[in-house]
Design a binder for this molecule. Structure first.
Ligand code: C5P
Length: 270
């Protein structure tokens, strides 16, 4: 079975408090974007994992697809599979690509072995693999709270809008990014900002990681400014960085050039 795990952007990301378990309580809106990896999983005599496309850093056995398979095998005693991951979405990019691959692995295993795992159980398993994994079990616009794994639907609809994602090749460790932020409760609830006029998003829809990440990599602020200069009605960083996205009403200007960056653009659809 072949699937195309999408990525996400964060519309606002507030870091509210540090928790005794080392994680942080946050508030964010996850929004799916169809820039996707390609994942193939087939039953096989022996377990095998291979990848192509963008090189995946770290030990192959730490790959989230393998960890997802191991989790499902322990719980449901499933037979071996061959997994091939073609990596397209950049990593350490704030786009949740690896989390999406892991969630897709759970869903494909559920499907090909007819495990009949309930959605709630899939979400619980996904949360064991990463804080933003549960969103990808059913990637529809959602408010994430807790460490990002407590999801509730939200009526934000960007259907028909154009998006540009700019990744300058800077890989950011999520754990390190969290260490640089001073948590605090926001004045306005994210849900209220999102349901307000989009003209106010520019001021009120805030990613708390931007200050520290932009201080370390000033070129990222330059990308955000360029997207605004190119007529984005909203631009910001996704997750803990480093991808910067812009939202546009019309086809984005071809004059916008982002040297040494990987750029993806498309029209958002439901
Ligand atoms: O959950 P995930 O494995 O993606 O998190 C990676 C790291 O990011 C965690 O080990 C933690 O240091 C940090 N994190 C956090 N608060 C969150 C999510 C992640 O501090 N809500």
């Amino acid at each position: 079975m072949v699937v195309f795990p999408p990525c996400k952007i964060n519309l606002g990301l507030r870091i509210i408090a540090r928790r005794p378990d080392g994680y942080h309580n946050l508030e964010t809106c996850f929004y799916p974007v169809p820039w996707s990896d390609i994942l193939e999983i087939i039953p096989s005599a022996h377990f095998e994992f291979t990848s192509s496309g963008l090189p995946v850093p770290g030990h192959p056995e730490d790959n989230l697809c393998i960890r997802a398979y191991e989790l499902a095998r322990k719980e449901f005693n499933i037979p071996p599979v061959r997994i091939h991951l073609h990596k397209v979405v950049p990593m350490g990019a704030g786009l949740g690509g690896g989390s999406s691959d892991a969630a897709a692995t759970l869903k494909v295993l559920n499907e090909i072995f007819s495990l009949h795992i309930h959605r709630d159980k899939l979400i619980e398993m996904a949360a064991m693999l990463g804080s933003d994994c549960p969103f990808f079990i059913d990637p529809t616009p959602s408010i994430g709270t807790g460490r990002g794994e407590v999801l509730s639907s939200v009526s934000v609809d960007l259907t028909g809008k154009y998006i540009v994602l700019v990744n300058a090749g800077i890989s950011i460790s999520t754990a390190e990014a969290f260490r640089e932020v001073h948590p605090h409760a926001p004045d306005v609830a994210l849900r209220d900002v999102l349901s307000g006029p989009v003209a106010a998003w520019r001021k009120e829809l805030i990613n708390d990681f931007e200050d520290s990440v932009f201080a370390r990599y000033p070129s990222l602020r330059g990308i955000k400014e360029k997207l605004y200069a190119g007529n984005a009605w909203y631009a910001g960083m996704s997750g803990s960085g480093s991808t910067i996205f812009g939202l546009f009403d019309a086809v984005p200007e071809t004059a916008m050039k982002f040297p040494e960056s990987q750029v993806w653009s498309g029209k958002l659809a439901r």
